[in-house]
Design a protein around this ligand. Structure first.
Ligand SMILES: CC(C)(COP(=O)([O-])OP(=O)([O-])OC[C@H]1O[C@@H](n2cnc3c(N)ncnc32)[C@H](O)[C@@H]1OP(=O)([O-])[O-])[C@@H](O)C(=O)NCCC(=O)NCCSC(=O)C[C@@](C)(O)CC(=O)[O-]
Ligand SMILES: NC(=O)C1=CN([C@@H]2O[C@H](COP(=O)(O)OP(=O)(O)OC[C@H]3O[C@@H](n4cnc5c(N)ncnc54)[C@H](O)[C@@H]3O)[C@@H](O)[C@H]2O)C=CC1
Length: 437
């Protein structure tokens, strides 16, 4: 089918589902049943979810798991993780348990500054514009007072506004580059509201000055926060004497530490590896970001921009051996909120924040960074010792079994067989086929 539809947004939910079912399915009734199966039986709760976005037809479940035993700055945390990929929660849990007996994770906030920009063009003299900006700068603060009053009371608000000359990049292009402190909120709406007021002030003051008296043009193009927040930065770290790295599968800790450091160094210099390495970090980061109702697109965009800050995409984490001490750490930019957005609306998000003991936004930054580092440690440990498939496929076994709709008896036989045998998709399929012969 390839039919356009007019006024779809005005249809009722039922009409929208009818249209989808009839347009795209040979068995519309079956499609409608699947859609309805995922509705919440509590109508009010379903309506809440319907209204998070537009044209909602149903809910797409993602499992919510928890990873216990995270010792962070001396306090134990259980971290909620929403993710569809098997082995991620197990890996985080395993890394948490391992480091809990080796000093735990240390997390530090480096800074919490956010950024927003008003992009505009001016065709006149740059010096005249600079003078004008310096003259009217206090007005950007005074005319946003009604927006910033409460944030200032919390200790946040607008930090600074700078005029940036960007004409070397684009003809007549300038910016108002503003920095903000948004405390426990991600701050997107707060920042955007301030920026739109800056734009209004800029235009109005421009008209009332001699800035455009000789036909020069000042035009605001757009006002928007930046999701690149290199100064909203958190560091997470683990370290211990090399000999303490030893455990069941790490019989030669010196060799393990050296190989681990080499694996990180490869990700520091080789972009093909760096992307996968960072994907492993984002397994942990995204899962906590989702569970706490934060904006994962914003976090993803910002983190990957940061990974490219030196001109080549590179590893977000680093490792070293110095004076017999193994240290593994990462620094990532994270604009997250523990108020605003979905945080007080989604009952499960509220529950997850409660599991985390109602953190402030900086505390959540620390938890997210630690989850990323733990995930990266687990993946690198597997990669440099057993290989990734052993653990990952062990966890993925359930998914393969489910694909083949195994009976309880088959499930039991498959699981006990693969306790002793390496799991691969083809090996499981072959075994199931042999059972069904
Ligand atoms: C998968 C494990 C943890 C198995 O590891 P294992 O040694 O077989 O686990 P175990 O059975 O000995 O259990 C040890 C602990 O692991 C955890 N654990 C163990 N099993 C479970 C489970 N079922 N449910 C919950 N937690 C589990 C749990 O903490 C447990 O302690 P306990 O609870 O018993 O006191 C290990 O092999 C591992 O960490 N593998 C790495 C897996 C991974 O990184 N997965 C991500 C997907 S792959 C990917 O996307 C990223 C990648 C790899 O490409 C990134 C990169 O290249 O850098
Ligand atoms: N490019 C982007 O990333 C964009 C993201 N968004 C969305 O905006 C939302 C986040 O925006 P926010 O402004 O954070 O949320 P929000 O609009 O819900 O506002 C949060 C508000 O909570 C209040 N507040 C109460 N207690 C506070 C405390 N302790 N600290 C700070 N503020 C406190 C403040 O008035 C603050 O402005 C997310 O849903 C995001 O997806 C929207 C536009 C663009």
């Amino acid at each position: 089918m390839n039919n356009a539809v007019a006024g779809f947004s005005k249809l009722s939910k039922k009409e929208k589902i009818n249209w989808i079912a009839n347009e795209y399915f040979s068995n519309p009734e079956e499609a409608q049943n699947i859609i309805r199966n995922y509705w919440n039986s509590d109508e009010k709760l379903q309506q809440l979810h319907d209204e998070f976005i537009e044209n909602t037809i149903t809910n797409l479940y993602i499992p919510l798991g928890v990873a216990p035993n995270f010792l962070i700055n001396g306090k134990y945390k259980t971290i909620p993780m929403a993710i569809e990929e098997s082995s991620v929660v197990a890996a985080a849990s395993k890394a948490a348990k391992y480091w809990s007996t080796r000093g735990g994770f240390k997390a530090t906030i480096i800074d919490t500054e956010k950024i927003g920009q008003v992009h505009f063009t001016y065709s006149g003299d740059a010096e005249k514009l600079t003078q004008f900006f310096n003259q009217i700068k206090p007005k950007f603060f005074s005319e946003t007072q009604s927006i910033t009053k409460n944030m200032q009371q919390r200790g946040g608000g607008i930090l600074d506004i700078k005029l940036k000359d960007k004409r070397s990049l684009l003809e007549n292009y300038y910016q108002l580059h503003a920095t903000f402190e948004t405390k426990d909120s991600m701050g997107a709406n707060f920042i955007n509201s301030c920026l739109e007021q800056f734009a209004t002030t800029l235009k109005e003051e421009g008209q009332n000055s001699d800035l455009c008296q000789n036909g020069e043009k000042l035009e605001v193009i757009m006002s928007i926060l930046s999701n690149y927040v290199p100064h909203c930065l958190v560091r997470a770290e683990v370290s211990c004497p090399i000999e303490d790295l030893a455990e069941k599968h790490i019989t030669n800790p010196q060799e393990f530490a050296e190989r681990f450091v080499q694996a990180v160094q490869i990700a520091e210099v080789e972009p093909f590896r760096a992307v996968t390495h960072n994907k492993g970090i984002m397994n942990g980061v995204d899962a906590v970001i989702l569970a706490t109702g934060n904006d994962f697109r914003a976090v993803e965009a910002g983190v990957h921009a940061y990974a490219s800050r030196n001109g080549q995409y590179a590893s977000l984490s680093h490792a070293k051996i110095e004076n017999g001490i193994f240290t593994f750490w990462l620094e990532i930019p994270l604009a997250v909120g523990t108020v605003g957005g979905l945080t007080s609306l989604h009952p499960l998000v509220k529950l997850c924040l409660e599991i985390l003991e109602k953190p402030s936004a900086p505390e959540l930054m620390e938890i997210v960074a630690v989850a990323g580092l733990a995930q990266n440690f687990a993946a690198l440990r597997s990669l440099t010792t057993t290989g990734i498939q052993e653990g990952h496929m062990k966890m993925h076994l359930n998914n393969i079994i489910n694909q083949f709709e195994a009976t309880d008896e088959e499930r039991h036989l498959i699981k006990s067989h693969f306790k002793k045998t390496a799991v691969s998709h083809s090996a499981v399929v072959e075994f199931i086929e042999s059972l069904r012969k």
